[in-house]
Design a protein around this ligand. Sequence first.
Ligand SMILES: Nc1nc2c(ncn2[C@@H]2O[C@H](COP(=O)(O)OP(=O)(O)OP(=O)(O)O)[C@@H](O)[C@H]2O)c(=O)[nH]1
Ligand SMILES: [Mg+2]
Length: 305
Amino acid sequence: MEENQNFKSGYVSIIGAPNVGKSTLLNTILGQKLAIVTPKPQTTRNQIRGIVTTDNHQIIFVDTPGLMNPKYRLQSEMVRTAYGALGDGDVVLFVVDATRPNTEIEDSILKRLRRTKSTTILVLNKVDLIAKPKLLPIFEDYSQKFEFAHMIPISALTADGVPVLLEQIESYLPLGPLYFPEDQISDLPERFFIAETVREKIMLLTQREIPYASAVIIEEFEKRQSKKSGEITYIRAIVYAERQTQKQIIIGKGGQLIKRVGELARIDIEKFLDVRVFLELYVTVKTDWRKDVRKLREVGGFMDM
Ligand SMILES: Nc1nc2c(ncn2[C@@H]2O[C@H](COP(=O)(O)OP(=O)(O)OP(=O)(O)O)[C@@H](O)[C@H]2O)c(=O)[nH]1
Ligand SMILES: [Mg+2]
């Protein structure tokens, strides 16, 4: 293959308050569902890297947990993880929700951004939900607060404006090498995405504290041959709750809720892995895991604590 002297590559961090649409944006850019998405804030707990490679560039997009004022150890790890992505970013996408702009937490994020040298683009998301004339005053407010390289209105949901955003990003990338093989879409293991899919269904099907008190790890993940049905991937996932009462709710009456979680998750996992899947779920209690550093490392996916 002929060397492309103009090849560009770099890291793009996606940061912002919870629920503004960061993970939706990552998925839309990749054209594949990599990050879980729910209507509830604080869905994402880790950095999720998605890689886009074309003939001219390779961009590593880093989705992050929504920033908030942490109240327990899991949340402070999420904040640390999110800000950790700032240092690596050649470009930072500061994503805000056009229907709920200028929140307090955004002011503290901007304070932090002032200390980084990366090019920062304001991404005004969810513009499908508001009338065009309302956009201008929002842009004016943000431009008074920070010197953004660009301010771009998009809808991560409909992909409106996303091609323009990608053009802008590319123009700020440095010349650089191919960091990952061109067909690689993430550097995270398949097990991570499988656990996240199960967690997404729990977050969608439960209320109040339970979505936040749940964690999932994959205990077994292997291909098996069965005489009857050919090749099948066997997955056993453990769902952690913090309390016995939460465990009972997650299981549901007669096991109904966990069964539904399993059905929905299996459909997505089969699509993701492109194989037939047998998914087995176990629910167990790990008391106060969100507050305990050791337990967080075991179930929260924070390898670098
Ligand atoms: N109408 C509309 N809804 C959107 C758009 N982008 C995201 N959403 C919705 O907003 C909600 C939150 O989206 P996420 O992508 O999970 O948001 P996030 O910023 O990753 O949230 P955290 O991981 O909790 O920080 C979901 O219900 C999405 O469907 C958009 O452009 N338009
Ligand atoms: Mg997210």
